[in-house]
Design a binder for this molecule. Structure first.
Ligand SMILES: [Zn+2]
Ligand SMILES: [Zn+2]
Length: 458
């Protein structure tokens, strides 16, 4: 089979792959690059402009996997879109939100090509989305003519445990199979249970490598990190300071809310307002409403009932009083400008009573990344709009990742036992670690790292 890497960057970038087997073509993910702007953030769709794509499969609804979907659908007007039933509930919300964010960036940053698609376009493509249950095999090329006697390839979603609706994708052709991990967590999170990838076997494996450059310290568990976070929140509230936890609206926000709900239930946190963003509220509702059909823990835990959740209004973050102990779980995870997390952090950094807790990755070139790197007492440029700040507040990092630890992914490679493994969705050092480990453990396995835009025979 042939695989084309459409990620425009050799780092994590935007997830998008073209897989060709049995004369059919399937696009796996259509993400945008979170650190690039305008057309540069898109996958390299131009590399496949003469190809016809039968279908598009989306692994999950994070922007780096779905954010370019309307652009892909414009280029491939016959392709229908397959995703899990849970992603089906989320996809449209994410895309409409993207239009709003891009429209704002056009006005504020002068990026002329924004928005890359419109609200009308999102409404128009939505009827081409199809949602499927996990572990149901569906034909994806059935709408196009197949050669006489040829078998139509199928696809099956496997629960990836990464965020609500997340999936690994099994593609079965007449002779060969391909498994695409998407983003995966093998460990249970506070709400979502770990991936159900137990019986996966495939000839070719496309592997996410996000944490390849990150060793997990011995003894570190999710429970020990949650406990450390509980103690840190308590300390900040005792100082009458506020707590800011920057988080993605989908997934991370609900996991943190669940931590807070369990602490409240255990009497370790007093019942108090928890401020979140508007999109975070939408996904929190979907987590609650779909609890019964989600592979999760605490299935009876309804976040909206367990917590006093308040949606921050536009501009409110710049004005509200921060002393007296408030808790904010708001976007953006990396504190990019024009977000509530950015505006709150700018007000909190210089005051030692406040705490800012990172619970996910923050790229070093973002305001969040610069804050994370700074030392207490150090003055640094936080962002172009805020300029210099002095780091006086409490800044801590907690490993509550929704990605597999690298050793677990390496074990998974052994279980799948593919003929070839394609390394993606990680930076150079992360992929290099996997390449070396796989070479040592499985010397006969072919290791492929296609460059941006490169097509490989796998
Ligand atoms: Zn993700
Ligand atoms: Zn991702």
């Amino acid at each position: 089979m042939r695989i084309t890497n459409l990620n425009p960057d050799s780092a994590i970038g935007a997830s998008s792959w073209l897989a060709e087997l049995d004369g059919h073509r399937l696009l796996l993910d259509a993400g945008v690059h979170p650190k690039r702007e305008g057309l540069d953030s898109l996958p390299l769709f131009g590399k496949i402009k003469h190809e016809e794509v039968d279908a598009i499969a989306i692994s999950h609804c994070h922007h780096d996997h779905i954010g370019a979907l309307p652009v892909a659908m414009r280029q491939f007007p016959k392709a229908h879109v397959l995703m899990t039933g849970l992603s089906y509930l989320i996809a449209e919300r994410v895309l409409h939100n993207s239009v709003n964010v891009m429209t704002k960036q056009r006005a504020e940053l002068g990026i002329k090509e924004y928005p890359l698609f419109t609200h009308d376009e999102v409404d128009d493509i939505e009827p081409r989305f199809q949602g499927f249950n996990y572990n149901r095999e569906v034909e994806w090329a059935a709408f196009h003519k197949t050669r006489a006697g040829a078998v139509s390839p199928t696809l099956e979603f496997y629960d990836a445990g990464h965020t609500l609706g997340s999936a690994g994708v099994m593609v079965r052709g007449g002779k060969e199979t391909l498994f695409f991990t998407g983003d995966v967590s093998f460990r249970d999170q506070t709400i979502l249970k770990g991936a159900r990838f137990e019986d996966v076997k495939a000839d070719v494996l496309i592997l996410e490598t996000t944490r390849g450059n990150h060793a997990t310290p011995p003894g570190l568990t999710r429970d020990s990190e949650v406990e450390r976070l509980a103690v840190a929140i308590d300390a900040a509230l005792k100082r009458k300071g506020s707590v800011l936890i920057p988080a993605f609206a989908l997934g991370r926000t609900q996991e943190i809310l669940a931590v807070l709900a369990l602490l409240t239930r255990a009497g370790r946190l007093k019942h108090q307002p928890i401020y979140i963003g508007g999109l975070g509220r939408v996904f929190t509702e979907i987590y609650d409403i779909e609890a019964h059909r989600t592979h999760r823990q605490h299935s009876g835990l309804q976040l909206r009932e367990a917590l006093n959740i308040i949606v921050l209004e536009k501009g409110q973050a710049q004005k509200m009083k921060l002393t007296g102990g408030r808790i904010f779980v708001v976007t953006a995870g990396m504190m990019s400008e024009n977000t509530a997390a950015h505006d709150l952090a700018a007000r909190m950094i210089g005051d030692e009573r406040h705490s800012i807790f990172f619970v996910g990755y923050a790229d070093p070139d973002t305001p969040g990344g610069r804050l994370k790197k700074s030392k207490p007492g150090e003055t640094f440029i936080f962002s172009p709009s805020i300029g210099e700040v002095t780091h006086r507040c409490d800044v801590q990092e907690f490993d509550l990742t929704a990605h597999a630890h690298r050793g677990e992914l390496l074990d998974f490679v052994g279980e799948v036992s593919p003929r070839a493994v394609v390394l993606g969705h990680g930076d150079d050092l992360a992929r290099a670690w996997f390449a070396e480990q796989i070479r040592t453990r499985h010397p006969r396995m072919k290791i492929i790292q296609p460059q941006p835009g490169e097509t490989v025979e796998a």
